[in-house]
Design a protein around this ligand. Structure first.
Ligand SMILES: CC(C)(COP(=O)(O)OP(=O)(O)OC[C@H]1O[C@@H](n2cnc3c(N)ncnc32)[C@H](O)[C@@H]1OP(=O)(O)O)[C@@H](O)C(=O)NCCC(=O)NCCS
Length: 242
């Protein structure tokens, strides 16, 4: 089903009945075994997340034979730590798979996890999940969103480049990474490289700090204010222009 067929799906807030589907999608997307327990966001952890921060949990669902199916998931939490502070490894930020470190007063939304079922990738599901996450920043009046995007394509270059060198080339758009390039194409800003973010050999344990900070973007786009005293000069028309 990968690729071109149109796909009818919706992004909704996760409910308890979606928990087994979230667990399946996560394991399938990451190539983890599905026939035994996996140390990741499991159904019990989803239940904890829903108690702590239900608005921050999203699933993409479709219907097959009239039965609801989870095809994507995105998990977020609130934090007081700004993306300008020293980045921490993923697990130190979240505290537990059930989001022990979620802070209801935190001004930042933190992207904990995103995954799309392999049979439904490249059809806009993650993009729709991002839209829902970034929409939450506005809805809750937060400063922004950030996350570490794992450099999942690094292993292809491990003989030639360090993870940092690879990450910098991905941020510059010189190399394409299956995860981080997709995130950069969704308008997120690649601000830094985070080594030792999460133990994942394909990514050399390294992530890119991805940030969405709407007010900063507005500030950057605003034309510079004239310096005091130069206001009148700014109003002069060039000679010959009427
Ligand atoms: C990374 C991941 C979440 C992306 O999910 P996805 O649903 O395939 O993402 P999207 O379909 O929204 O976008 C992926 C690409 O498909 C393209 N696409 C979207 N709709 C499309 C369609 N109908 N036909 C063809 N391509 C399409 C997008 O343009 C995008 O390409 P671009 O980045 O070059 O613009 C998914 O690959 C995944 O689960 N990977 C494993 C887990 C993982 O790495 N998670 C992130 C950890 S940080």
């Amino acid at each position: 089903m990968r690729g071109t067929e149109s796909l009818d799906f919706a992004v909704v807030n996760t409910e308890l009945r979606h928990a087994p589907g979230v667990y399946d999608v996560l394991r399938l997307a990451n190539g983890y075994p599905t026939d035994r327990y996996c140390h990741c966001i499991n159904p019990e952890a989803v239940a904890e997340q829903l108690e702590r921060f239900p608005e921050g949990q999203f699933v993409a669902i479709t219907y097959e034979g009239g039965v609801e199916k989870v095809i994507g998931m995105a998990c977020t939490m609130r934090t007081r730590r700004s993306p300008d502070e020293r980045p921490l490894p993923w697990y130190d930020v979240i505290g537990s798979f059930g989001l022990r470190n979620h802070d209801p007063e935190g001004e930042w939304l933190y992207g904990v996890e995103i995954a799309v079922h392999p049979d439904y990738q490249r059809r806009g599901v993650a993009s729709a999940l991002y839209k829902a996450r970034l929409g939450l920043v506005e809805k809750l009046g937060l400063r922004g969103w950030y996350a570490g995007g794992m450099l999942m394509g690094y292993y292809r270059y491990r003989e030639e480049l360090s993870p940092r060198e690879y990450g910098e080339l991905v941020i510059e758009g010189e190399l394409d990474d299956p995860t981080v390039s997709m995130q950069l194409h969704r308008g997120l800003e690649g601000r830094a490289i985070i080594e030792g973010y999460y133990p994942e050999w394909r990514a050399g344990d390294t992530a890119v700090l991805l940030v969405h900070e709407p007010k900063r973007l507005q500030r950057l786009r605003r034309p510079p204010r004239p310096l005091p005293g130069l206001r009148e000069v700014g109003r002069l028309r060039p000679t010959g222009v009427r």
